[in-house]
Design a protein around this ligand. Structure first.
Ligand code: SAM
Length: 245
């Protein structure tokens, strides 16, 4: 089957096959938190914005959002969702491709799990450089429970909106990596294709160390964009951090 680069052909079917319809709830969580900031949160940098699903929800709630992502194909989808007025930047982390300052940054649906530990650390520093003092960085990452879940569910098959897919995950628990092969065996949009994605399970110590080094404080994490604490069943942890003043 036609092997293509990560997030090239997948962009065309991403919203249909990859994403849970969760962005409205996630945006409500961010909005409720940011509304309590006495300085006000108006400008948001969406890091690894993908097809713009979160940006769209934040814009609906009155935020001014800039999206950055490495994939031209994902950004093209974001452009058609968000229209011409939203700034979208093609940049490979740790580059962000902007010198603007923001009240907050966010990164959702495991975008930061695509970074090697070194690039993760450097990217946290890059984001810190673009947030005002006291501003926010809220992002999600896979947990160790997700690593176990993925090992136990190494093959996932499905059909959505005329696309048939198989997702094969190969986790190396010692290296804390996951190589995922996404085969779209019948594509509504054209020829079948395969993409291979590499992700990294960042340990809590790595995340906490990277945030502290970059100047973030008040760091805590919750269960997937809720007020619930992280426990052994949490698959996606939401990290909340503020830049020191
Ligand atoms: C799982 S998708 C998440 C997209 C979006 N945040 C969402 O919630 O749907 C991961 C995104 O991370 C982007 N990405 C992966 N590695 C990247 C890198 N090194 N720099 C910038 N973006 C990257 C991909 O292009 C893809 O759009």
């Amino acid at each position: 089957m036609n092997e293509v680069g990560a997030y090239t052909r997948l962009a065309g079917v991403y919203d249909e096959i990859v994403v849970d319809p969760c962005y409205s709830l996630w945006a409500d969580f961010l909005d409720a938190m940011w509304r309590l900031d006495a300085q006000g949160v108006r400008t948001v940098l969406d890091v690894c914005c993908g097809t713009g699903l979160m940006a769209a929800e934040l814009i609906k709630r009155g935020y001014s959002v800039v999206g950055a992502d490495a994939s031209a194909a994902m950004l093209a989808r974001a452009r058609s969702l968000l229209g011409d007025d939203v700034q979208l930047i093609e940049a490979i982390l740790p580059e962000l491709g902007t010198t603007a300052m923001f009240d907050a940054a966010t990164s959702n649906f495991d975008g930061l799990n695509y970074l090697t530990p070194d690039d993760f650390r450097l990217s946290i520093q890059s984001v810190a450089g673009r947030i005002r003092p006291g501003g926010w960085f809220v992002f999600d990452l896979h947990t160790d429970a997700m690593m176990t879940f993925t090992i136990d569910n190494a093959v996932v098959q499905g059909e959505s909106d005329g696309n048939e897919f198989v997702i094969l995950s190969d986790v190396d628990p010692l290296e804390r990596t996951c190589q995922t092969t996404i085969k779209v065996v019948h594509s509504r949009e054209g020829e079948p294709f395969t993409e291979t994605h590499m992700q990294y399970f960042h340990s809590d110590a790595e995340v906490e160390g990277a945030l502290a080094t970059a100047g973030f404080v008040d760091v805590h994490k919750v269960d997937e964009y809720t007020d619930d604490p992280v426990d052994t069943t949490t698959l996606r942890a939401t990290w909340i951090a503020r830049l020191s003043r």
